[in-house]
Design a protein around this ligand. Structure first.
Ligand code: UDX
Ligand code: UDX
Length: 488
């Protein structure tokens, strides 16, 4: 084999870079893995002696970091040194949606990717394989390539005589199950145009992934496949959420509809759970990116098709806030509503694009007083997401001090029972396991009646809730229940 990989460097120690590199280090003891990031605090957190305090919460991650950190897995800010020593550099930095300029609101902002390409161009020595790990618009590899190639002819890095290959190797992990997804992937996708470089990356994965699961394509197919995979997954959620509204209107039950359609092999049963709308860092961003690309390439009908998936998601979230208000006699002003779950899904502390953000905003605008509980999301993060004044736990400074908005009527509660005390309604937004073991008798006694439970995740057992005099609304449940009658 032409290139043997001994030193890997990954730029970006986030939700993707951190867990992915931890698994590579674990599975490839003969490869030294260096994760670098411009954010010093994040690196300090990855190096924290307390493994419970790593910056990313993922089941199983702390154990791997414990095994590998200091052995062949290292976290630092030593950009120049680590790039210089690397045979392979993964780019795993964030690519947010552009907020201004051409493509604002849709296109991905590639400024960080470009910065990384320039850093690699400046510091690399000898032959370096650059791997796009971040989800990127189609043809980004071309941009990276031209930046890298310019360094070969510039005087900046001329003496090191660098040469490069660029591969696309998108990550398909889901948060909350990242370690399992990485250790047992459905497939590993590698896009490239030079056999030697593709082979070098295949060899890394062969340490734990079987050959038939490693798919090789050209670079553009690989980039587009990643966007398409996320768009298809998100589309299923918008589809089933649209049906949940119809179920509520017609007396059908979305769980029964999901089961019925999911048993058709061609449809399949996964990703058919109706909920409060999809969140996470990828779905919305990637679909908007697809919309932008379609429009850019003169295919507005294709763009409109995918735009509908995002629009439905946003409509669905507002639909939930509206029906909470409607059921609480048309007003929530001054009423206490308990929010159970703030993360965009269970088993993660990530709140990016979480449905809870839009729904809480709506309810706060309506004058509700929220008591929020989440087992993994911290108070400062919620403050940041809701845009209100909050205390930064790191330096005890107030952030958003000049924020004059009046949307600060919320509190953070460390237990479920603290959160529900005196509330008029409970709204379940994340499917945390502990919410399926709530003692509804105890809860009912603590609430102000008539009291409501709004279950946007189908995590409650209806009979367990209504038997204690609580009114229940479940997502996509058109069944007419008698309203709660206080018998306790
Ligand atoms: C994800 C995916 O990697 C990507 O596919 C998607 O396009 C965006 O979100 P994620 O790991 O979840 O990225 O992002 P994040 O947790 O924000 O981590 C990115 C890290 O890159 C940050 O820690 C940031 O400080 C770092 N970074 C960014 C650098 O080290 N250098 C830069 O120039 C820019
Ligand atoms: C997603 C993709 O699944 C993953 O392959 C890609 O690499 C990154 O984006 P992630 O965002 O971590 O992963 O989580 P995912 O499990 O896909 O959930 C996304 C959102 O959809 C969550 O808000 C989740 O609650 C919601 N969802 C998922 C539903 O509402 N119903 C479902 O049936 C499945």
């Amino acid at each position: 084999m032409k290139y043997k990989i001994k030193n890997i460097c990954c730029i970006g120690a986030g939700y993707v870079g951190g867990p992915t590199m931890a698994v590579i280090a674990d599975k490839c003891p003969n490869i030294n893995v260096e994760v670098i990031d411009i954010n010093k605090e994040r690196i300090d957190d990855w190096n924290n002696k307390d493994f419970e305090k790593l910056p990313v919460y993922e089941p199983g991650l702390a154990e791997i970091v414990k095994r590998c950190r200091g052995r062949n897995l290292h976290f630092s800010n030593l950009l120049e040194e680590k790039i210089k020593n690397a045979d392979m550099v993964f780019i795993s930095v964030n690519t947010p949606t552009k907020t201004k300029g051409v493509g604002a609101g849709k296109a991905s902002d590639l400024k960080w990717v470009e910065v990384c390409a320039r850093q690699v161009a400046q510091f690399a020595r000898g032959h370096t394989i650059v791997v796009e790990k971040s989800t990127l618009p189609v043809r980004t590899a071309e941009v990276i390539k031209s930046i890298l190639e310019s360094s070969q002819s510039s005087t900046l890095n001329f003496s090191n005589n660098p040469s490069f290959d660029v591969l696309s190797n998108p990550e398909f992990l889901s948060e909350g199950t990242a370690i399992n997804d990485l250790t047992n992937p459905d497939r590993v996708l590698i896009g490239g145009d030079r056999k030697d470089a593709i082979e070098a990356l295949c060899e890394v994965y062969r340490n734990w992934v079987s050959e038939e699961k490693i798919l090789k394509t050209n670079v553009w197919s690989s980039e587009l496949a990643k966007l398409t995979a996320n768009a298809f997954l998100a589309q299923r959620i918008s589809s089933i959420n649209s049906i949940s509204a119809l179920c509520e209107a017609t007396g059908a039950d979305v769980r029964e509809v999901s089961r019925a359609i999911g048993s058709d092999n061609r449809i399949g049963s996964k990703f058919l759970d109706s909920g409060p709308g999809f969140g996470g860092s990828c779905f919305k961003k990637d679909i908007l990116n697809l919309v932008y690309l379609s429009e850019y390439f003169g295919l507005p009908e294709v763009g409109d098709f995918w735009k509908g998936v995002v629009e439905l998601n946003s409509w669905h979230q507002h639909r939930i806030s509206k029906l909470v208000v409607k059921n609480l006699f048309g007003t929530v002003s001054g009423k206490k509503i308990s929010i159970l779950g703030f993360a965009f899904k269970a088993n993660t502390n990530d709140t990016r694009e979480s449905a809870a953000i839009n729904i809480c905003h709506d309810l706060l605008e309506e004058g509700a007083i929220l008591s929020i509980h989440d087992p993994k999301v911290e108070k400062w993060q919620i403050s940041k997401d809701l845009g209100s004044k909050y205390l930064n736990p790191i330096n005890n400074d107030y952030i958003n001090e000049n924020n004059n908005s009046n949307i600060s009527e919320w509190s953070f509660c460390s237990t479920i029972y603290q959160a529900v005390k005196g509330s008029d309604a409970i709204l379940i937004l994340t499917e945390w396991d502990e919410y399926s073991f709530i003692d509804w008798e105890r809860v009912s006694k603590m609430m102000r009646h008539p009291a409501w439970v709004f279950d946007a995740r189908s995590i409650t057992k209806p009979e367990q809730v209504i038997k204690f005099g609580l009114n229940l609304w479940r997502i996509g449940d058109g069944y007419e229940r008698p309203t709660g009658d206080i018998k306790i």
